[in-house]
Design a protein around this ligand. Structure first.
Ligand code: ARG
Length: 458
């Protein structure tokens, strides 16, 4: 059944119907649509717009439709224009004339705005929970690896030694910000559009505050035209999802590098690797690559919706129907990627000795060697020059600073003594970096304890 046949004399062209219809994708929020209708009818009865009996009948019917969809006896079929028409048509078929009163004081414009907000709210919560699971896994690995040394890089060149705990701690921070962004979006969008009607509210004495409270919103939206045409929260969500994907993608890029034959810092578990159809020796990091690849698709959704919205005059226009497929796809993609990444990082093996040796063999202690001179009264710029010369010497001899004999040190500067070796050991280099945010074990333990609290209380 069409919800709008009255003023038409000819049937809609079949291709036009197909083009216009949204049921193939908006059926995703059948639950939210029914929940919204139950709240609307409850409010209508409280206001005396429907009788108590009518309300009971309609709610029973809606509940029946929901149960039948859930247990598979009612299929959502595509001859209907959208999920709203589907539910209303089935309601009237079930309970008769009373069903026709459901849509009193409502338009599909405020209805769809509500459904999308209800759906988005649930998905924001789920995405945030998935991120928390990922952070719990990172937290476990961090707690176990405050003494696992590895090179820290800048420009992909070994820079200074850090620990695995410290490196993973950087991602912990990113995901923490991601969750906080999701939380902000939730708070900002949590106002109920129901009662905005098509664009100009309605003449019925609706209690919008009551509908909002039934649906656990902070309150009703404040402008009916904005209510039906606001998609800012979806743009914000797509931006937050894009940022999550960007973080996952950077992490994947590192895992792929670390998993390469050249690095061997990690080995991705068999359960998250794939083989080659031709090369028997291969074990490929396809899952990490695919997560990196899917990032583009979520960015695409953001740009797509921004572009769709940019030319739309107030208030509702059908262009806005385009918000759904791309938002659903971006949400499902991001949630899937977070879950897969969590499994992959939870089962990965870190080759700690390889990481430590790599940190040792890259002059990552050169800054500390310069600091040693500074602590003995040499100006930093001179110290920098002296250590530069020593590094060059070590490169010629193919040894590390730790392996260079003391007499060679002394030849370049008499300031060096036997304690230079202690001062530039990797353990010392990390341990000395104990200010807030640095990789030193004491500083790291405080961060890990704070992260523990965060995971308990957020
Ligand atoms: N399927 C529509 C959408 O997603 C529902 C709102 C339809 N409203 C209308 N006036 N045609 O935006």
């Amino acid at each position: 059944m069409k919800l709008w046949g009255g003023r038409f004399t000819r049937e809609l062209n079949q291709l036009a119907h197909n083009f216009n219809a949204s049921i193939s994708f908006d059926q995703k929020f059948y639950k939210q649509d029914i929940r919204g209708s139950i709240a609307h009818v409850t409010m209508l009865a409280k206001q005396g717009i429907l009788t108590g009996d009518e309300k009971e009948k309609i709610i029973d019917g809606l509940q029946g439709i929901l149960n039948d969809i859930e247990n598979g006896t009612l299929q959502i079929t595509t001859e209907h224009e959208d999920i709203h028409s589907f539910v209303e048509t089935h309601l009237i078929a079930r309970i008769g004339e009373t069903g026709k009163k459901l849509h009193t004081g409502r338009s599909r414009n405020d209805q769809v705005a509500l459904d999308m907000k209800l759906y988005t709210r649930d998905e924001i919560q789920e995405t945030s929970d998935l991120l928390k699971e990922l952070m719990s896994v990172l937290h476990r690995i961090m707690s176990e690896n405050t003494e696992t040394y590895m090179p820290g890089f800048t420009h992909m060149q070994k820079a200074q030694p850090v620990t695995l705990a410290h490196h993973l701690g950087a991602y912990f921070e990113m995901f923490r910000r991601d969750r906080s962004r999701l939380h902000d979006i939730y708070t900002r969008m949590n106002y109920c559009p129901l009662g905005a009607g098509a664009l100009a509210g309605t003449t019925y004495p609706l209690d919008r505050e009551y509908s909002a409270s039934l649906l656990e919103f902070e309150g009703p939206t404040r402008n009916s035209m904005d209510s039906v045409s606001d998609r800012d929260y979806l743009i914000e969500l797509l931006s937050a999802l894009s940022t999550i994907m960007m973080h996952l993608s950077r992490f994947c890029e590192e895992i792929i590098t670390w998993n390469s034959n050249e690095y061997r810092f990690v080995e991705i578990d068999d359960s998250y690797s794939t083989g080659s159809s031709i090369m028997p020796q291969k074990k490929n990091p396809d899952i990490a690559e695919l997560i990196r690849g899917k990032t583009g698709r979520v960015y695409g959704a953001l740009i797509s919706l921004l572009t769709t919205m940019k030319g739309i005059p107030l208030a509702y226009n059908k262009d806005m129907q385009e918000d759904k497929e791309l938002t659903f796809d971006a949400i499902d993609t991001t949630k899937g990627c977070i879950a897969l990444f969590t499994g992959m990082i939870d089962t990965i093996t870190f080759h700690k000795t390889v990481m430590e040796n790599s940190a040792k063999n890259g002059f990552t202690n050169a800054t500390d060697a310069a600091d040693y001179l500074v602590n003995h009264g040499v100006a930093f710029r001179d110290a920098h020059g002296i250590i530069g010369q020593l590094v060059l010497l070590c490169i010629e001899k193919n040894i590390s600073l730790d392996e260079l004999p003391l007499e060679e040190y002394k030849k370049i500067s008499p300031v060096f003594e036997e304690d230079i070796y202690e001062a530039i050991s990797m353990q010392t280099c990390v341990k000395q970096r104990n200010i807030t945010g640095a990789p030193g074990q004491e500083a790291m333990k405080q961060v890990i304890a704070a992260n523990e609290e965060y995971l308990k209380h957020s």
